[in-house]
Design a protein around this ligand. Structure first.
Ligand SMILES: [Zn+2]
Length: 496
């Protein structure tokens, strides 16, 4: 185990090792004081990271009145927030109708300026309407699901933690699924992975043919670095097919593996990871989807042709500048959806069972590669809480924050044999970040200078005001967003 890593460390060259205390000491010791009633409002806890909540949960108690009130508050909060943006959708729709009527009424009599202004107004309103649709349909439910998962964790983890401890003490944890971690690489997880290579290759070809696959990031050092991390994880995993790794030039915060060892990391994800353990955790999770052949299992229900017919339709809508009904216009422009959505829904699927299995195996692979196993959970949390419900929407489509996932991950981390050194950060990672900065800057500049077809048919319009959003901002702040004007004029206050 860890031959590659020990070679590197033995040579004393480049690895920046950060030593973590082992999980057992992070968790509550059996001698810890009895849980005390919390003096802090329950809602405040829901802003904390998952890892912190795992530690806090066994030490605090809440009254059932508080719990019921919080559950109700979350439910009401979600409903009113969604209703607000559904209402915005309707209002923008009405304004579009109005503008179209004006356009028709004006007919030939309209001068060029008036016509241009009306075109711009319609275009901006369509954009705002799509944005409101995405918020109501995706971002807001995600944010509240995440808060709900944190509430469940606070209430249910203490019991689960005691159970896990007694399993550990009695050795029954060795009976869990995939407990044979000393045999990673020699286990049969789900049959012949090599049968998936053809499917994966076909999917990659289709993606390229339909123009849906973003180009690769043109940076050899970045591609090589990500490949080296992925290779290291693959080498310590149950993957039995060659791994192909590509970093895509896309602002989407996502990573996905197509069947048969085709791993894609989107640039947006590299921007969001803060250390190598986080990156390795995400990669390990994706590799686990391939070792467990989840794509193959899902393909029994869908066909490549069917999936790509849908994908091609979306591409057509985008390329013709048309506006699809599901917020695609706005979504693609802001990187909400993109490739991840198209693929994930049908090809990669959202299955609780598959996600739980990929979480467990992924944590094992990260552990076996010598990484700090909390990397994946830390990344998950960051996307949920900091980069948040807006930028992380595509990630959450495929990685819903249900609390069983966090429980299962935490249990697996408790059950794995403790490693003395767990890699968190490396100098190669920091070097990659340095290489990434100009790549991101250039991509952003290009996006600005060369507005894509997504920006619409009418040129020279001032885009509508952007949604105010700060990382880490609680969802409630976003829910208070007023209806914004489609066109900002000198006198407009920006509020209605
Ligand atoms: Zn997954």
């Amino acid at each position: 185990m860890n031959t590659q890593l020990s070679r590197i460390t033995a040579a004393g060259l480049t690895l920046v090792m950060v030593h973590l205390p082992c999980m057992a000491s992070l968790a509550q010791s059996p001698l810890s004081p009895a849980p005390a009633a919390s003096t802090q409002p329950l809602h405040d806890y829901l802003q904390k990271p998952y890892l912190e909540l795992f530690e806090i949960a066994p030490t605090v108690t809440f009254t059932s009145t508080d719990v019921t009130a919080e559950r109700q508050a979350l439910k009401q909060g979600e409903n009113s927030c969604r209703d607000r943006f559904k209402d915005h959708t309707k209002q923008y729709g009405r304004q579009v109708d109005q503008a179209r009527t004006e356009l028709k009424k004006g007919g030939e009599a309209l001068d060029n300026t008036a016509r241009h202004d009306l075109h711009c107004r319609i275009q901006n309103l369509e954009q705002l309407r799509s944005e409101a649709e995405v918020l109501a349909g995706q971002a807001i439910p995600n944010a509240y699901d995440n808060l709900g998962a944190k509430l469940d964790l606070l209430l249910l983890w203490p019991e689960q933690y005691r159970k896990a401890q007694s399993e550990l003490a009695s050795g029954t944890h060795q009976q869990r699924r995939w407990a044979d971690v000393k045999d990673i690489g020699f286990r049969d997880i789900a049959g012949r992975q090599q049968d998936d290579i053809k499917t994966g290759q076909q999917a990659v070809d289709e993606l390229k043919r339909t123009g849906l696959l973003p180009p690769a990031v043109e940076s050899k050092p970045i591609q090589e670095y990500v490949k080296s991390v992925a290779d290291r994880v693959a080498q310590h995993s149950d993957l039995k097919v060659p791994l192909h790794v590509t970093v895509l030039q896309s602002r989407e915060i996502n990573a996905f593996a197509l069947p048969g060892g085709y791993l894609f990391i989107e640039r947006g994800l590299l921007e969001q990871v803060d250390d190598e353990a986080e990156l390795a955790g995400v990669i390990a999770h994706e590799i686990a989807h391939d070792t467990a052949r989840h794509g193959h299992k899902l393909m029994k229900r869908a066909t490549i042709a069917g999936i790509f017919y849908q994908a091609a339709q979306i591409a057509a809508v985008v390329l013709t500048g048309g506006v699809a009904g599901i917020g695609m216009y706005y979504a693609l422009q802001y990187g909400f959806y993109g490739l991840g959505m198209v693929l994930s829904l049908k090809l990669l699927g959202i299955s609780r069972d598959f996600e739980l299995e990929a979480d467990q195996l992924g944590i094992q692979y990260a552990w076996n590669s010598g990484y700090d196993t909390t990397g994946f959970v830390r990344f998950f949390d960051k996307i949920a809480t900091k980069a948040g419900y807006i930028n992380g929407a595509s990630w959450f489509r495929t990685h819903p924050p249900f609390f069983e996932r966090m429980f299962a991950s935490q249990r697996e981390m408790m059950f794995l044999p403790k490693e003395r050194d767990q890699i968190v950060q490396t100098s190669e990672f920091l070097e990659m970040k340095k290489q990434l900065a100009p790549v991101v800057a250039a991509a952003q500049k290009e996006e600005k200078e060369k507005p894509s077809l997504l920006l619409g048919k009418e040129e020279g319009c001032t885009p509508p005001p952007k949604l105010e959003y700060k990382p880490g901002q609680p969802i409630e702040t976003l829910c208070a967003t007023p209806l914004r004007p489609a066109v900002v004029t000198e006198t407009a206050s920006g509020c209605e």
